[in-house]
Write a protein that binds this ligand. Structure first.
Ligand code: HEM
Length: 341
């Protein structure tokens, strides 16, 4: 699914006004010598000064009604950035169900409505200025802080992408991926072992459906050749998981970070180290010397730097394939659809 370019479906007047305001903005930016070709902290400070506060207020508002939206917003940025870069392609909705979001790997993705709400307010304040890709990044940042994690600056200036295809999302990691597959999927996005460990630790908040745990409980490939429960799961924890996720009932939701699903902290790393990871991809971090050593380090000598390093990894993830400058991508009018001008 690609953006239609060159048409006038949204009305010549609106299009002309949009172009005129973009030209004014471009001239102003040239005038003050601001480069629009790279991400920078405070990108909107001159032309939409309340942009970040508006996003924060929208996230706060949504979390007031439903605190589980915070982990969902964090996940949303991961699913945006890993597929063709941080370009809001995950927000596109398609009548023919062939956009990225329709891929099974995006099952259960939530938070799009929060981005939509922030965008609607921002279009009132400063039309055509703030990209949906930046709103996703800012909302994820706010979600981390609001669950008790670090507060950090996020560079902005991303533009929104012009394509969103269902098959593009095939590259997203799976809960059942081995450590070597996880590493190669992260490497393909320019992320290393440390990023893999730190970003996986985002599972310190939020929940998973039993759907993503069932294979680990009932059909994990065993070294002997057959299938059964993942032998790395301690017996008492296996019994607990089987009790929560009995065969055939896979909609129940479990904390990803057993005992600490609402707080951003390092207990997910402790759980991974103790064999109490819920999904197999988290448990897999204990399956290579390099990633296991990183988990240990963040619980030992580097304990004090976990939150700061997590924030740095988020900022790094937020740069994957970001579109910048005036010549590529667009700033969508609404986040769920390409502009039609
Ligand atoms: C390493 C590869 C990863 C895999 C295989 C993976 C897989 C999953 C799965 C299966 C779920 C449960 C989805 C559901 O049932 O709704 C989930 C949830 C979640 N993921 Fe990941 N994930 C990975 C990396 C990440 C990264 C890098 C982030 C963010 C930086 C992230 C953030 C989250 C959050 C916050 C949730 C909870 C969502 C909620 O409660 O609504 N994940 N992930």
């Amino acid at each position: 699914m690609a953006a239609r370019r060159g048409g006038m479906a949204s009305g010549a007047g609106a299009a002309a006004a949009h172009i005129a305001s973009s030209m004014v903005l471009s001239l102003l930016l040239v005038g003050v010598g601001v480069s629009r070709a790279q991400l920078q902290v405070g990108f909107y400070s001159d032309y939409c000064p309340d942009a970040e506060d508006t996003v924060t207020a929208a996230v706060q508002d949504a979390a007031g009604n439903d605190p589980t939206i915070l982990p969902a917003l964090l996940r949303l940025q991961f699913h945006d950035c890993f597929v063709k870069g941080c370009d809001a392609s995950v927000l596109i909705r398609s009548a023919s169900n062939d956009a990225e979001v329709d891929n099974g790997k995006n099952q259960g993705l939530r938070g799009q409505n929060v981005v939509d709400a922030a965008k609607a307010q921002l279009e009132d304040q400063c039309p055509g200025v703030v990209s949906c890709a930046d709103i996703i990044a800012l909302a994820a940042r706010d979600a981390v802080a609001m669950t008790g994690g670090p507060s950090f600056d996020v560079p902005t200036g991303r533009r929104d992408g012009l394509t969103s295809n269902i098959r593009d999302a095939d590259v997203l990691p799976d809960a059942g991926d081995s450590i070597s597959v996880l590493r190669s999927r992260f490497a393909a996005s320019g992320l290393d072992d440390r990023d893999l460990v730190l970003l996986t630790a985002a599972h310190t908040v939020g929940t998973t459906a039993c759907f993503f745990v069932k294979d680990r409980l009932y059909s994990y490939p065993l070294p002997s050749g057959g299938r059964g429960p993942d032998p790395s799961i301690p017996a008492s924890f296996l019994a607990e998981l089987e009790d929560r996720c009995p065969p055939g009932n896979f909609n129940t939701r479990l904390a990803l970070d057993r005992g600490s699903e609402s707080d951003f902290d390092d207990s997910i790393l402790r759980n991974i180290r103790s064999g109490l990871a819920v999904i197999a991809s988290d448990a897999a971090l204990a399956n290579s010397n390099a990633t296991r050593a990183l988990v240990d380090a963040y619980l030992g000598p580097w304990a004090g730097s976990f939150e700061q390093d997590f924030a740095a990894a988020m900022v790094k993830m937020g740069t994957i394939g970001a579109i910048t400058g005036d010549d590529a991508g667009e700033v969508r009018d609404v986040c769920s659809a390409f502009n039609s001008n």
